[in-house]
Design a protein around this ligand. Structure first.
Ligand code: AMP
Length: 312
């Protein structure tokens, strides 16, 4: 059977129209938000959303609102044509690829058109902050956004929650799938949906890893072969901590030290290594309820995140 060619929609009003047509036909809509440069981790979310919805939209948008000026927006990898080919190869394909160019354009100058393609830090951010008519409304999930990645990336989650709100309002999905790879992000979106009464089911999908254990990420292409080898210490040490816990080691400081030491000895620089409650994301001292061990570490110029649920 020929692979299904998705509709490529870049205008938010056209996107809305498509969704309302689908709804008028009684179809449920599934959405997978991504920043593109798709890999098997993203594709697993597309497979998952097919199990819950009649039609499927995948958004590809590198959201300038979640990058601070010092971060890697300008070097974030992209390959739109390759992404579309990968989506066509998924069983069932996808119905729409939403690749918005006007998400932060409110009818002023069209500088935002550039922001989606040129990807220049300053141009992008100044476009959002455009005096008088710029974007100034943010969604914040006040407590869940504070810890873990929120400590070193203080504007990250307000950018994520805001753009996901915009995507939800435009696409109006019935179901949205997020990867547990970005565990804090998934919990934040779940909480936001509950707190703001979005009528959307938010599903968390398992982390997909390469055969050597490294969690797949669009950023992995920026690792040198040596850095990639060193980065395997993240998954290895998390597995070690999980099995230590299964063998009765419930002291979170001891478990954290195992991981910090292994990653540091491998040549990584720890941003954080924390064992937190799966729901509240608050740090715990000993494992008494389901927890998730979350790690962020730098290898060269690349910051990687990974985590492991421990459900004893
Ligand atoms: P990104 O394009 O990095 O913003 O990711 C888009 C979605 O894919 C998010 O929900 C991520 O959590 C998810 N994702 C990214 N990498 C993986 C992975 N290795 N396994 C599962 N989900 C992933």
């Amino acid at each position: 059977m020929a692979a299904k060619q998705p509709l490529i929609i870049s205008d938010k009003n056209q996107m809305r129209k498509w969704s309302s047509t689908m709804k008028s036909q009684g179809k449920t809509i599934g959405l997978v938000p991504t920043m593109g440069f798709l890999h098997e981790g993203h594709i697993s979310l597309v497979r998952e959303v097919h199990r819950h919805a009649d039609v499927v939209a995948v958004s590809i948008y590198v959201n300038p609102g979640q990058f601070s000026p010092s971060e890697d927006l300008s070097t974030y990898p992209s390959d739109f044509d390759g992404d579309v080919r990968k989506l066509m190869a998924v069983p069932g394909g996808v119905d729409v690829v939403f690749h918005p160019h006007n998400l932060y354009n409110y009818g002023g100058t069209d500088t935002n058109k550039k922001s989606a393609s040129v990807i220049n830090n300053v141009a992008v951010l100044s476009c959002i902050e455009q005096k008088g008519i710029g974007h100034e409304t943010w969604v914040r999930v006040e407590n869940l956004e504070k810890g873990l990645c929120g400590k070193s990336r203080p504007i990250f989650f307000r950018g994520v929650a805001t753009v996901v709100t915009k995507l939800f309002n435009i696409v109006e999905p019935d179901v949205a799938v997020f990867g547990k790879k970005d565990y804090q992000q998934w919990r934040i979106i779940q909480r936001m949906v509950r707190d703001l009464d979005f009528s959307i089911e938010v599903i968390g999908s398992a982390i997909i890893r390469d055969s050597d254990g490294l969690a797949m990420s669009s950023r992995n292409v920026r690792l040198s072969p040596e850095e990639r080898e060193k980065a395997l210490s993240i998954n290895k040490s998390l597995l070690g901590a999980k099995s230590a816990a299964a063998n009765g080691q419930m002291d979170c400081n001891k478990l954290r030290n195992l991981v910090i030491q292994a990653i540091t000895e491998a040549g990584g620089r720890i941003d954080y290594a924390e064992i937190v409650d799966q729901q509240s994301l608050e740090a715990v001292e000993s494992i008494e309820a389901p927890v998730v061990f979350c790690v962020a570490a730098w290898f060269g110029k690349v910051r990687l995140i990974d985590n492991m649920e421990i459900d004893l």
